[in-house]
Design a protein around this ligand. Structure first.
Ligand code: INS
Length: 341
């Protein structure tokens, strides 16, 4: 039986998930689209062959026309919509972050526990990226000795125009904040935010930013996030182990549309993607396939981020925001049991 899926939100990610459905996801079909901008919802629905259009996420969730929901609305609506879908017994794939604040994320986890059913998958798609998966598989074998440090770099071409310095942490840095403990197998215990000279090209946020994070095993993780990097979408991760150094290949060689390096006119060149969609296309497809399979059985895909994982990530992100607001002091990450109250 085919899973009837509804998408809430017609921005970049709503469109991207719809495109993936249009190109065929086994066991699932996009049947409904919701957006307050009903013209945008109608046009995406028409493109993707979905028959139902709603002017709010709540109406889509309550309609009885869908078996499962993808939430790709702005971050501040994620937690409320997720709770509503859970209350209707609908499996959810909520785009990251589950919420900008740990309190809101904790609200989702509370409700999930009350309802006694785990139906929430959070779209930390890097967990489905072949490169990150290979890093993790290699670490698990122990063949390179213990992990000693990691260094990550996360660069966007340009930022969401209204974003703040906190949004850089809770919306962009949140990927590293989720991925690093997933790789290292140890939760982040202490964080420290810092920055130096900022770009003159962006006024609303400090950019770039730099995070020092220590996990419970004492491993140091450094993260640079630059949302106004101009030159290309670039995500790097390097693991420093006792007997080897393992890193993701540099981005240009991974771009599906342009997998070659061209040497011509005394110059070597290869294209960078303009945003995350080409870089993580394989991850998004794998995530969606796995989620449709799992959701059909009212489950969460193996290895995907749960609501509790997402609460953990937002909790660390909030500790970084606190460090930033307190002038870069080191902040101990509160235990999530503490946040859950
Ligand atoms: C996007 C998305 C991208 C990330 C961007 C973020 O919402 O999560 O993967 O690179 O910084 O704004």
């Amino acid at each position: 039986e085919t899973l009837r899926v509804g998408i809430i939100g017609t921005g970049v990610m709503g469109q991207d998930h719809a495109r993936n459905f249009a190109s065929g996801i086994a066991g699932g079909r996009l049947v409904a689209v919701a957006d307050v901008n009903t013209a945008a919802a109608s046009s995406l629905a028409a493109q993707a062959g979905a028959e139902h259009v709603f002017s709010s996420g709540e109406e889509l969730i309550d309609s009885g026309e869908v078996d499962a929901v993808i939430i790709a609305a702005p971050d501040r609506f994620h937690a409320g919509l997720t709770i509503r879908a859970m209350e209707r017994g609908l499996p959810v794939l909520c785009e990251k972050p589950l919420a900008p604040t740990a309190d809101e994320a904790a609200g989702v986890v509370h409700r999930e526990r009350e309802l006694g059913e785990s139906l929430v998958t959070v779209g930390f798609m890097r967990r489905f990226d072949p490169g990150y998966l290979a890093l993790k598989q290699r670490l698990v074998t122990g063949m390179d000795g213990a992990l000693l440090m990691s260094h990550s770099v996360h660069r966007n071409v340009d930022a969401h125009p209204d974003g703040t310095s906190s949004d850089t942490i809770t919306n962009s840095g949140i990927h590293e904040i989720d991925t690093i403990p997933w790789l290292a197998g140890s939760p982040i215990a202490h964080v420290q935010w810092t920055s130096g000279k900022g770009s003159s090209l962006i006024t609303k946020r400090l950019d770039p930013q730099f995070y020092l994070m220590t996990d419970a095993a004492g491993v140091l993780h450094t993260v640079e996030v630059q949302v106004q990097a101009q030159y290309g979408y670039d995500v790097r991760c390097e693991l420093v182990c006792e007997t080897a150094n393992v890193e993701l290949p540099r981005v240009p060689t991974l771009v599906e549309e342009n997998p070659v390096l061209v040497s011509k006119n005394l110059t070597a060149s290869s294209a960078y993607p303009a945003d995350w969609r080409p870089r993580f296309a394989a991850a998004y497809r794998a995530e969606l396939n796995a989620w449709v399979q799992a959701a059909s059985a009212k489950q969460i895909p193996e290895g995907a981020a749960t609501a509790t994982d997402a609460l953990r990530a937002t909790n660390v992100a909030n500790a970084l925001v606190e460090s930033m607001e307190r002038g870069g002091v080191q902040v101990a990450v509160p235990a999530i049991e503490e946040v859950l109250g």
